[in-house]
Design a protein around this ligand. Structure first.
Ligand code: TMP
Length: 215
């Protein structure tokens, strides 16, 4: 009797500025994927592993973090990513899971490369070294105008904003433009969605797109 082959694992990354609504959409998408009977694993960067969460603390919450140079920032983010890929993502893909990652290598390309002005060559090489051969099958960019993103950050920051959240409008404008540029460079992988529509409408559109990959 022929054995039913295991469905292929897929990596779907979510990208966008802070306040773009990524986490809400990841939670909704995870429910859709579960309902069709596929294993789903949601993770986040930086973090997603014990080592990664420690690195996240150094980058985001370190009180002396303002002194961190962009090169260190890049290496820390990519170190957390290297761990996440080998400890969590690659084994899950091998099992046939649908992995939803809140940020992946494009965050380094955009935040450290484009917004912090690090040279694209080294950023790409370090990124590639960190992920090995694990690349997203699909990257969903949730795009919101910079002022909307900043307003959402301020609204949700009940405590003091963290180091990344204290960046100014020029920084977040570069982040936004960086993602739109990536979508132009990699149209077959990166799809941009308008993050100003209602969460319900956005959820529908994202699920329509993702069904092409997880069917
Ligand atoms: P988030 O949990 O709101 O996504 O915050 C993570 C912060 O880290 C956010 O400001 C984006 C930033 N970041 C980078 O600058 N480079 C990276 O490679 C990653 C994964 C995140």
């Amino acid at each position: 009797m022929p054995t039913k082959s295991k469905p292929a694992g897929k990596l779907i990354s979510f990208e966008g500025s802070e306040g773009s609504g990524k986490s809400t959409q990841i939670a909704r998408l995870a429910e859709h994927v579960q309902k069709i009977g596929r294993e789903v694993l949601a993770t986040r960067e930086p973090g997603g592993t014990e080592i990664g969460e420690q690195i996240r603390n150094i980058i985001v919450h370190n009180s002396k973090g303002d002194e961190m140079c962009p090169e260190t920032e890049l290496l820390l983010f990519t170190a957390a990513r290297a761990q996440l890929v080998r400890e969590v993502i690659a084994p899950a893909l091998k099992r046939g899971a649908i992995v939803l990652s809140d940020r992946f290598l494009d965050s380094s390309t955009v935040y450290q490369g484009i917004a912090r002005n690090l040279a694209p060559g080294p950023v790409n090489e370090i990124n590639r070294f960190a992920v090995g051969n694990v690349m997203p099958d699909l990257t969903i960019v949730i795009d919101v105008p910079t002022d909307v993103s900043l307003a959402r950050i301020r609204q949700r920051a009940s405590d003091l904003p963290d180091r990344m959240e204290r960046e100014n409008i020029a920084f977040y404008t570069k982040v936004r433009e960086g993602y739109l540029l990536l979508a132009k460079q990699w149209p077959e992988r990166v799809v941009v969605f308008d993050g100003t529509q209602t969460p319900e409408a956005l959820d529908k559109k994202i699920w329509n797109e993702v069904q092409k990959y997880v069917g």
